[in-house]
Design a protein around this ligand. Structure first.
Ligand code: GLN
Length: 302
């Protein structure tokens, strides 16, 4: 496994310098672009790393996966009355479809969907903004995981589009709590900082029929774990989900902080981090590394 990682790293490293870091908030625009790390967590719980795999970074939209899993634990199938499971074919923060479709977001990985899920968690937990943080701490076995307050505050300052999205859903009666309260929790989740090693461990239950070796717990049923993987495969990579399936062929979720998690079900989870993004908003080296991975292992879910 270590030699697989080393090969991928060496193959992709010359691309360092390609892409552009997210600049929609100042706190992310100043991230050093020349970072690259990969971690794998296999289904026995062993972790392999290369490069900047221990550097914590802003997980951003990757938090949407943990947010969803937490809500699935508490709401079961009722959750799917409030959010769909179809790809949107539109940018992650688009509003147009939401109006046509009566305030029911297409899936939990576009912002509208993640906001509905955050609203559900807001109703369930005593300290809602800490629920996802505590969940990822447990899944990764790392009690030090925290949100970056500067990033969270900056997201809140530039909240207009997410606020509009949430208010539109409220107008359609698909939002229970105060919009601003839910936005605080949602941004706090996006601002969590985790390393590749944390994320590979944290997502490992999705490659292991719902069981987390690290937490020693069944997190989802095998059926729910495959449902999450199906959603990741169809909607996890923004507008690049189709070509990512075509090129890589693994369920995956990216974030604008430059991280991507992906699952090789039955074998291992992987996380790649490199902050410079391609024109679709996915980590340029991340996509290249995962392309190299499936080439080396000669396997994809398809
Ligand atoms: N915090 C970002 C937002 O809601 C999430 C960005 C992302 O990774 N797509 O706009």
């Amino acid at each position: 496994m270590q030699s697989l990682l080393d090969n991928i790293y060496q193959e992709v490293f010359p691309m360092l310098g390609q892409g552009k870091v997210a600049d929609y908030i100042p706190a992310l625009a100043c991230v050093e672009p020349r970072q690259f790390g990969i971690a794998i967590c296999d289904n026995e719980g062993n972790v392999y790393t290369v490069g900047d795999a221990e550097v914590p970074f802003s997980i951003q939209s990757i938090s949407k996966v943990f947010n969803l899993v937490l809500a699935m634990n508490h709401y079961g199938d009722g959750l799917w009355d409030r959010v769909g499971c179809e790809p949107s074919g539109l940018p992650f923060n688009s509003l147009v479809q939401l109006e046509y479709e009566n305030g029911i977001p297409r899936n939990p990985f576009i912002n509208a969907g993640a906001l509905v899920i955050s609203d559900m968690n807001q109703s369930r937990f005593a300290s809602p903004h800490l629920a996802v943080r505590d969940f990822v701490r447990r899944l990764s076995g790392n009690p030090e995981i925290n949100a970056n307050r500067i990033v969270a505050d900056s997201e809140f300052e530039y909240r207009a589009r997410n606020a509009a999205t949430a208010y539109l859903m409220k107008a359609f009666n698909n939002f229970e709590n105060e919009v601003e309260d839910v936005l605080h929790s949602y941004f706090y989740n996006c601002a969590l900082e985790m390393s590749c090693a944390d994320l590979a461990r944290g997502a490992s239950f999705l490659a292991n029929r719902g069981y987390s070796q690290c937490a020693g717990e069944q997190i989802l049923s095998p059926k729910q774990a495959s449902q999450v993987n199906a959603l990741l495969a169809t909607s996890g990579m923004y507008n690049e989900a189709g070509s990512f399936a075509f090129q890589v062929g693994l369920p995956g979720k990216s974030g604008v902080g430059g991280g991507i998690i992906a699952m090789v079900p039955g074998r291992f989870s992987i996380c790649v981090f490199s902050p410079a993004l391609n024109h679709m908003g996915n980590s340029a080296l991340g996509v290249a590394a995962l392309t190299s991975l499936t080439k080396h292992i000669k396997w994809s879910v398809y």
